[in-house]
Design a protein around this ligand. Structure first.
Ligand SMILES: Cc1ncc(COP(=O)(O)O)c(C=O)c1O
Length: 480
């Protein structure tokens, strides 16, 4: 407890000192920004989900600062893109060094950090899965999903894939075929290669009405039954060929609401996929880089993926770099030769250097035990809140990927309005902690639009977790 108090004092000092160090801000008011925005900016991205988008001017560690310098504890971290905290000095210094050394180089020339980062990721996977593979980069998560789709199609010659109810894999046309929500495709016509969607193991609201401890993976058995049925459209028993190429899997469902599957689920699923010749693509774009306490979330489930996609926190938010790793038989130069896919910025040096430093930081630290311990501490706190607030229906987590379901008085019916109000209230910036004004940044996700997804930096301190719990408590007290 003494340690926590000390940490907290340092933490609040950081909050105070922010006002002094922030001298590089552009001198333009929120009102002026809003006027220009209304006239010239698209409303097609996600900034205008609320009538008045919140403006921030600075960030540090786990805090964002608005125009009045009010600190907002950030439990979203740019949708899990800054797992090592804002303005992380080590990553920042490496990027500055790269800017001073080799900031630009065309993506068809060779240089050091691109090769060395590939080696780091490939070796990390040999260590974890015993599988030799190779790495291919691109700019951003959706583009990496496109590349993974091409890789699977190139190898299997199948153009349709499996994906999960609630799955989110991006918004490019190809990735939209794997993203379950119809709202993502609705304005854009017919998607002939839309995935075959299968229920996610969302046990709190099991689509089959089963109980997790007694269902014997009923949902996986349903899928096996469809493969065994010659007339269910998944498999031709005479040629022994599946009609779909791969299953794109989120090991913990991200935009679906941070749903953690039961421990043995993916092993059961993989057995079915192996029996019928379907590849397993593990999408770690949101859950990778120690979000769950492992480099890859799939490591919790004792399964060896055929392909891994990653992005977001690869560069700690300093560059939109992503990549895919695939086992050798899918990506060897004979199968995946020069120019199979490419993009101007895919091998850019700033991203590679940031990625190399992120991987090195994880190699040098004790993140596995540290994230597990902090995740437990946070989840224990959430369970206490669940006991006290009727409108919290379910809390769960794996490492520092945590969830809260907002429900009505009956304790189960999803309450999207409560979720909306809690997120909006946090952004007002009028909560208090230790006598100081502050705000809370939260993200949402889910099948029923009622879940808070908690995505703190993996560098968050115990004192900051205490602060998070206190602010959540204030929000549920105000709005329940
Ligand atoms: C699991 C997963 N895959 C793919 C994507 C798409 O990544 P991006 O937004 O960088 O295109 C996301 C983004 O949230 C994601 O969470």
């Amino acid at each position: 407890m003494v340690l926590l108090e000390k940490e907290l004092v340092t933490n609040l000092k950081n909050i105070n000192s922010q006002a002094d160090i922030n001298e590089t801000r552009l001198d333009i008011s929120d009102e002026e920004l809003s006027r220009i925005d209304k006239e010239y900016c698209t409303y097609g991205d996600k900034i205008h989900a609320e009538p008045v988008p919140k403006v921030f001017r600075d960030c540090n560690g786990v805090f964002m600062y608005d125009t009045e310098n009010t600190p907002f504890l950030d439990l979203e971290m740019w949708f899990a893109s800054c797992n090592l905290g804002y303005k992380n000095k080590r990553i920042r210094d490496a990027v500055v060094n790269q800017i001073d050394t080799l900031p630009q180089i065309s993506s068809h020339f060779q240089y050091d950090y691109k090769v060395l980062l590939s080696e780091k990721i490939a070796k990390a996977n040999i260590k974890r899965f015993g599988t030799k593979g190779r790495v291919h980069f691109n700019v951003g998560g959706s583009q990496v999903i496109e590349d993974a789709l091409k890789l699977v199609r190139n190898y299997t010659h199948k153009s349709r894939m499996f994906s999960f109810y609630g799955g989110f894999h991006g918004r490019t046309l190809g990735a939209s075929c794997l993203t379950a929500g119809y709202r993502y495709r609705k304005p854009f016509g017919h998607f002939s290669e839309e995935a075959h969607f299968v229920p996610y193991p969302y046990c709190f609201r099991c689509p089959y009405g089963k109980k997790c401890d007694s269902c014997n993976y009923y949902c996986v058995q349903q899928l096996r039954r469809d493969f065994e049925d010659n007339c269910a459209g998944l498999y031709d028993h005479s040629s022994k060929e599946a009609s779909l190429g791969a299953f794109f899997v989120e090991p913990v469902q991200g935009s679906g609401g941070y749903i953690v599957p039961p421990k043995g689920y993916f092993k059961e699923l993989k057995k079915v996929l192996d029996d019928f010749g379907v590849l397993f693509v593990d999408d770690e774009i949101q859950m990778g880089f120690y979000r769950t306490g492992k480099l890859w979330a799939i490591e919790h489930f004792d399964v060896k993926p055929d392909v891994i996609t990653f992005g977001k926190s690869l560069t700690n938010g300093l560059n939109p770099l992503g990549g895919m790793w695939a086992k050798e038989e899918l990506i060897s130069p004979e199968v995946w030769p020069n120019g199979r896919t490419h993009s101007t910025f895919c091998n850019n040096p700033i991203g590679m250097r940031a990625g190399y430093e992120v991987m090195s930081t994880f190699e040098d630290g004790n993140f596995e035990s540290d994230v597990a311990a902090k995740g437990k501490y946070f989840l224990d706190g959430l369970k206490e809140l669940e006991k006290r607030h009727k409108r919290i229906g379910h809390v769960d987590g794996l490492g520092l990927a945590l969830r809260i379901e907002c429900v009505t008085e009956d304790g189960y019916t999803p309450d999207p309005k409560l979720l909306h109000d809690i997120l909006a209230e946090g952004l007002k910036g009028d909560l208090t902690y230790n006598g100081k004004k502050c705000g809370l940044i939260l993200n949402k996700g889910s099948h029923y639009n009622n879940s808070i997804t908690l995505v703190p930096a993996v560098t968050i301190t115990y004192a900051e977790i205490d602060m998070a719990l206190s602010l959540l408590d204030q929000l549920f007290t105000r709005l329940s």
